[in-house]
Design a protein around this ligand. Structure first.
Ligand code: 5AD
Ligand code: SF4
Length: 460
């Protein structure tokens, strides 16, 4: 049995840890599923564990502790975790002392039922990450633990996320969601909306710049409903303050709700060159009847009006969205309304999903009356149409010169490198010993070829 770090009180500064007594420094491996919020949450958990003496590893077979940071948004996201847990049994067979934990939205949703799985030692919801070291300690001595209370105040404002070197950093600015879209489990798994302190976010942006990061993405389930309790500052003001505080950094944000997409926010984006001209604005459906059943709180006309305002102030702003096909009672006419909306807005990208009923949500009680083959057919129709539109948009960029933030070797061919345009389009360009740039540089690339998802260019 591995000796364990003793943590008396994970919340106090006087935490006593005896990790120095260990025969080796314990290693933590975390696997992250789902949205970018989870990516940043993993960094928060790693920050907490690193503070308690843990080293990070990217090799699960070398880990003393394996944590899965999970997603519950659709059924197939959860199925993946169950499959992964089955696979982790082999690691536990090889190392009896291995501690396995489930974090995140699935932990919150399934709670005790996850502990019924023999190999799971701890289950920790999104607002209880401060308890992870303590629960891991207890797990070493055979005590299985659960911490799934949701909080109205927890923002992890004081915790330094454990970020590996890189050029892009995630910065959570608010947590939770109060919108209660009828299909969505997030308000149940992540709890009520709460925002981090304004000054601490601006300070974090400055500190990330000083550390060499070139880009930050402000994160939240609904960033545009951000409100600082003390000063009353809203998201537009936060974005403006960050843009001024780190003028040489690219600033992005995700995700936003059409209801809170204010003129002030669009104006703040238009005003600053370093705020990237890309907006992810989920619409979900183009049918007013379905939008109302989804409790999206706005009709399609409001969405068009917001898009018109964005295009008026930022004609080259890229747009993406989320769409759900096969929501309960969705007719062919409703589906055609979504197709029509997508043709009218002409998104640069879209995340498209089949409706997946989630327990506890209002839509769960509406049934799941659209047959799977109809959902799949509608999904394929919107995907095909969207791909054609994205290809057309990208091909209009051929011949233009784009400013690319260099990220490193391309995933498909390490002889080529990749980066992103301000509008968030992945761009591939040649790399060799003579190439006059390094990761993190912003370079000018002439676009020569374009597919629906990628631009290809040469250096100028
Ligand atoms: N089924 C399918 N898609 C869903 N989403 C949220 N809940 C569900 C569900 N029950 C999608 C929405 C949301 C995105 C993050 O996930 O489109 O914007
Ligand atoms: Fe879910 Fe709607 Fe909140 Fe987005 S706005 S997290 S879809 S409830």
């Amino acid at each position: 049995m591995l000796e364990l770090p003793i943590i008396q009180d994970t919340k106090s500064d006087s935490t006593i840890r005896n990790v120095n007594d260990l025969s080796h420094q314990p290693k933590l491996y975390v696997e992250t599923y789902g949205c970018q919020m989870n990516v940043n949450d993993t960094e928060i958990v790693q920050g907490v564990m690193n503070d308690c003496g843990y080293a990070m590893t990217d090799k699960p077979e070398q880990a003393d502790v394996i944590l899965l940071n999970t997603c519950a948004i659709r059924d197939n996201a959860e199925k993946k975790i169950h499959e992964r847990l089955n696979h982790l049994k082999y690691y536990k067979k090889r190392n009896k002392d291995l501690v396995v934990g489930i974090l995140g939205c699935m932990a919150e949703r399934l709670r005790e039922t996850l502990l019924e799985k023999e190999l799971v030692d701890l289950v920790v919801g999104p607002d209880e990450y401060r308890t992870v070291p303590e629960l891991v300690s207890k797990a070493y001595s055979g005590e299985r633990g659960i911490a799934v209370k949701l909080s109205r105040v927890e923002t992890y404002d004081d915790i330094l996320p454990f970020r590996t070197e890189g050029i892009s950093a995630w910065v959570s600015i608010m947590r939770g969601c109060d919108k209660f879209c009828t299909y969505c489990v997030v308000p149940f798994t992540r709890g009520r909306e709460r925002s981090r302190a304004f000054a601490s976010i601006v300070d974090e942006a400055k500190s990330l710049f000083d550390q060499g990061f070139k880009e930050i993405t402000l994160l939240g389930q609904n960033v545009n409903s951000y409100r600082d309790e003390q000063s009353g500052h809203n998201f537009a003001e936060l974005l403006d303050a960050c843009a001024k505080a780190v003028p040489d950094m690219r600033i992005r944000y995700t995700t936003s709700h059409p209801q809170d997409m204010s003129d002030q926010l669009i104006e703040a984006m238009a005003m600053h060159d370093n705020i990237c001209k890309y907006i992810h604005l989920p619409v979900q459906s183009g049918s007013n009847r379905i939008l109302s059943l989804m409790n999206r709180t706005h009709p399609v006309e409001h969405y068009y009006e917001r898009i018109d305002m964005i295009k008026k102030l930022m004609p080259h702003c890229a747009l993406s969205t989320d769409i759900i096909t096969g929501f309960p009672t969705e007719t062919e006419d409703d589906h055609e309304a979504t197709m029509e909306l997508m043709r009218r807005v002409r998104y640069d990208g879209a995340y498209m999903f089949k409706y997946s009923p989630r327990e506890r949500t209002k839509a769960w009680k509406m049934g799941d009356d659209i047959p799977d083959e109809v959902k799949v057919r509608r999904l394929n129709e919107i995907i095909n149409q969207q791909n054609a539109i994205a290809r057309e948009i990208n091909q209009t960029l051929i011949g233009s010169i784009e400013k690319i933030l260099v990220e490193g070797p391309s995933k498909k061919n390490p002889m080529e490198w990749q980066g992103r345009t301000d509008s968030n389009k992945v761009t591939i360009f040649p790399q060799n010993e003579q190439s006059p740039y390094v990761i993190g540089d912003i370079i000018s690339v002439k676009i020569e070829k374009a597919s629906s998802a990628t631009l290809f260019g040469s250096l100028i």
